[in-house]
Design a protein around this ligand. Structure first.
Ligand code: FES
Ligand SMILES: [Fe+2]
Length: 341
């Protein structure tokens, strides 16, 4: 039962808000089919996508002029609170039974995304502080539908070892692969980690770096909000300029996930956005190919599974935190994660 899933109480993105049409849309979250639509005031509404009458997918229906969701099978109408307000097969004076109501879900619009929580929220939505900051310019990237688990997708953001190898010439260099020292701390439902590294100047192909010479030093400050959101603030140490990435994954619950991503910057404010989106597209495609190949698709959460080296410490911390969140593997305080040197 997906509303009893250990992650049901977390907020998950399900769609770009701008892509919600005039009618209802079906999204799948943690194995639950959810219908999302806009009410008469333009607010977003979500419910389990199942008509209480005969189990029909309400997302095949329509939204009427009063913002009610209309079932495609017999035309019952449901308001934004989930109450059935009309059963056309009943005589006008007949009462609508109380059981004729939708299972509504927590739903909010924020940072250009529609977010859904399948049960009572147990955590805040991940923060994207730059989104409302007028000193930043934001670029919405592609929507990344990957055939892998969201844990594999997000763990890729904890993996420093691949930056200079897989992304040689873009996020690092193959002649400089030693991972600089860094630490990771869990603060409530977040992992915080910082790393300073040399990055190549990519401006001849993708005008996205604020680096003047051949290479520059960039400090990456990460906040990974469990389970599936990453806020990465990159500071170019030469100029103090910032480029941020906000990435959050939707867990479909069927071995696939969808990543939603923004690239934001507080420099080059009048510049072309296209190189920023294309840069992210190239990186994501490099990542997708290897991440989708990983076996098993689910991240093994036991500490002795797969092979961890010291520079994998953030991934190990992510696995420990996810194991605790999913209660798949009890993690006692002070448990040592074995690493092989
Ligand atoms: S199945 Fe929805 S109104 Fe009958
Ligand atoms: Fe990558």
């Amino acid at each position: 039962m997906s509303r009893a899933h250990p992650l049901a109480g977390h907020w998950h993105p399900v769609a770009w808000a701008a892509e919600l049409g005039n009618g209802p849309s079906q999204v799948v979250l943690l194995g639950e089919r959810v219908v999302v639509w806009r009410d008469a005031n333009g607010g977003v509404v979500a419910a389990v996508d199942r008509c209480p009458h005969r189990g029909t997918a309400l997302s095949l229906g329509k939204v009427d002029e009063r913002g009610c969701l209309v079932c495609p099978y017999h035309g019952w109408r449901f308001d934004a609170a989930g109450s059935c307000v009309a059963i056309p097969q009943l005589a006008a004076e007949a009462p609508v039974p109380a059981r004729a109501r939708l299972t509504t879900l927590c739903c909010e619009e924020s940072a250009g995304l529609v977010w859904v929580c399948l049960s009572d929220p147990v955590a805040e939505r991940p923060e994207f502080p730059e989104f409302g900051d007028p000193t930043y310019r934001h670029v919405r990237c592609s929507t990344y539908r990957w055939v892998t688990s969201p844990e594999r997708m997000v763990e890729n953001f904890t993996d420093f070892g691949h930056l200079g190898y897989l992304h040689d010439g873009l996020l690092g260099s193959i002649d400089d692969l030693v991972v600089p020292p860094h630490r990771v701390a869990q603060v409530g439902g977040e992992l915080h980690y910082v790393l300073s590294m040399q990055v190549p100047n990519t401006n001849d192909r993708f005008a996205v770096t604020d680096v003047k010479g051949r290479r520059g030093v960039q400090t990456n400050r990460y906040v990974l909000t469990l389970p599936y959101a990453v806020h990465l603030q990159c500071t170019y140490e030469d100029t103090g300029a910032h480029r941020t990435l906000f990435f959050v994954a939707q867990p479909h619950g069927d071995g696939t996930c969808t990543g939603f991503c923004y690239q934001s910057r507080d420099f080059d404010l009048d510049g072309d956005d296209e190189p920023y989106a294309r840069f992210q597209e190239v990186l994501a495609e490099q990542d997708r190919t290897v991440v989708e190949s990983q076996v098993p698709g689910e991240v093994p959460l036991g500490p002795s599974e797969e092979l961890h080296l010291p520079f994998d410490r953030v991934a190990v911390a992510y696995r420990r935190a996810m194991a605790a969140l999913l209660e798949r593997v009890p993690v006692a305080a002070g448990t040592r994660i074995q690493t092989t040197i």
